[in-house]
Every structure is written in structure tokens, then in C-alpha cells.
Design a protein. Sequence first.
Length: 178
Amino acid sequence: MSIMDYRVPRTGANGAAAGKAPGADRPLHRLHEVRRLQGISRRTIARRLKTDVSQVKSQEDETADILLSTLYQWQDVLQVPVEELLVEAGDELSPPIMKRAQMVRLMKTALAILRRTQQPTIQRMAQTLVDQLVELMPELEGVGPWHAVGKRRTQDELGQAVHRRLCPDALADLMNDS
């Protein structure tokens, strides 16, 4: 192929290529997998990247052709080596990164127990566990507990808004406005 035959994909403001990259059928990165293993929500990633959740979701698509600078921003947020975010054939996360993800999940669980229990003995045990985890891995200091807002619903489940009733006047106003 000559130089003239190759077209560089145009990129949008979000750092993702406007079209599919050559070989887009194969995974290019594993942002989604590493984010899930680290126990970080899309909302948290979006806040740290100063973008919105839909942008994070599109960048997480393993076939999305993102800019290298975007990959480095993700690396800073996830606190893993950038090579862990790239895909190689038959590659799994390295043992140290897998161990770190497990420690983060363990810390989140210990903090959730500490924050939710009312029993002093359980609080002392949970605090001891948190202190020991930080001693083993000081970077766990800034980790927060699991969210306490109940169970997350799947995309097929409906939220509480479905059960709320609207007065007939509100419905009439809505119909007149459209």
C-alpha cells in the first residue's frame, strides 16, 4: 500500500476516532475490564476525567480507537501501568495488578462494614482491618466504601419513578405543552 492509500481517521473532541480503526474487530484496550476490577464507577471516572458518563462508556468500548493522551488520562485515574490497559493476544492482567484490584475490593468491603455497623466491637475489628490493609498497601488510604444506596438495578428493571402517580392536571399540562 502506498502512502497515498492510507487515510488517517479523523478524531472528534472526545478523543475517539470518528470511524472504526483498521482491525477494529479486535479489542484495542481493556479500560472497562480494569475499571471494573478496580471497583471504580463510570461516574467517578467521568468526574476525574472531567467528562460525562456517556463519553466514558463510549471510550470503554474495547474496539474504540482512542487517542494515546486519552489512554494516559485513564492510566492516571486507574493508577495502573499503561501497558495493563493495552490488549495483547491471550493476555490477562499481570499478577500485581490483579492483586491490587483484589486489595481495593477488600478495602471497600472493610470500609463499608466500618461505616454501616453500630456495634463497637465490629467497628473496632473493621478499623483494625482497614489499618492493616493500609499498612500492607499505603495507596489504599484514599479508597472509599461501596455505595450504600441499595442494590443497583439492571437496565431491564424500572426505577421508583414508575410507581409515582401524576395528577390528571399535570398530565393535561404536559399534553398541552407538546
